[in-house]
Write a protein that binds this ligand. Structure first.
Ligand SMILES: Cc1cc2nc3c(=O)[nH]c(=O)nc-3n(C[C@H](O)[C@H](O)[C@H](O)COP(=O)(O)OP(=O)(O)OC[C@H]3O[C@@H](n4cnc5c(N)ncnc54)[C@H](O)[C@@H]3O)c2cc1C
Length: 229
């Protein structure tokens, strides 16, 4: 209660004294750390994000393979910054920056004026010129992406469970991982996660799936096969 009062008073004082306004676009790692670094400064800080949660992307693959639920990797931005008196959180997508007028334009046309602007909107996916792959290999950057991959993976298991033709079942259980960077580790962990899920241990499909991913992972540079042990 005392904290909430202090927060309210500080916000009122900053508003009345027209403290410089810092706008931060995006509240991933970059935006959140920037906001935190400005805690206590005589500034008004506005954080704008097109989601209302901060997402811990490195564990997204666990959500995609049903190892973790969404709240384990995401937390409301307002909750994280609840104690920061000079911070305000706005849910919205920045569509344009009017540098000349020092204003950020949001979806719907609202504008937020700034004195200083921090752009921390992250990176977009790249298929390196193979855009057609996107339909078959969804990206993994948001909770929505993770849910989509989880849906596809678990449905493939379900289809395989009902399939009586061994060749068709093998096809349902073939997951291909392309690349040898951090995604390889994610794929290896995914296999381990699915295998460790009790429901699938009793399934006649579990081992086939793990073999398929293991083979792909071992061929990729930098894979730790012990993850699959
Ligand atoms: C699957 C996966 C695994 C990873 N594993 C690791 C790892 O093991 N170790 C490691 O160091 N790094 C890892 N990374 C990379 C790491 O997560 C990123 O480098 C980091 O999240 C980048 O932080 P960021 O703040 O720049 O962007 P992001 O975390 O992407 O945050 C950008 C934010 O901006 C918001 N945003 C975007 N556009 C707009 C807009 N127009 N208007 C308003 N808001 C907007 C988004 O909603 C988001 O909240 C991984 C990434 C992924 C995807």
């Amino acid at each position: 209660m005392a904290k909430a009062v202090a927060r309210y008073l500080m916000a009122s004082i900053l508003a009345e004294t027209a403290a410089p306004h810092v706008v931060i676009l995006g509240c991933g790692f970059g935006g959140l750390f920037a906001a935190r670094a400005l805690d206590g400064a005589p500034l008004r800080v506005t954080i704008v994000d097109r989601t209302n949660h901060h997402l811990f992307q490195p564990l997204l693959y666990q959500v995609a393979t049903a190892g973790l639920s969404a709240p384990a990797v995401a937390a409301p931005i307002r909750h994280i910054l609840a104690d920061q008196a000079n911070a305000t959180v706005i849910y919205g997508e920045a569509t344009r920056i009017d540098v000349a007028r020092r204003a950020v334009v949001l979806d719907g046309g609202d504008e937020i004026a700034y004195d200083r602007l921090i752009v921390a909107t992250g990176a977009a996916n790249s298929y390196f010129g193979h855009e057609a792959w996107a339909a078959h290999a969804p990206s993994l950057k948001t909770l929505e992406d993770a849910y989509e991959i989880r849906r596809r993976v678990l449905l493939a298991f379900e289809r395989a469970e009902r399939e009586t033709d061994p060749a068709k079942r093998a096809a349902w259980l073939s997951f291909v991982v392309i690349g040898g960077g951090p995604a390889t580790r994610c794929a290896a962990n995914s296999a381990a996660s699915i295998r460790a899920t009790r429901a699938w241990c009793w399934s006649r499909t579990a081992s086939a799936c793990c073999r398929a991913i293991r083979r792909a992972s071992r061929n990729a540079r930098g894979c730790s096969s012990s993850v699959l042990a």
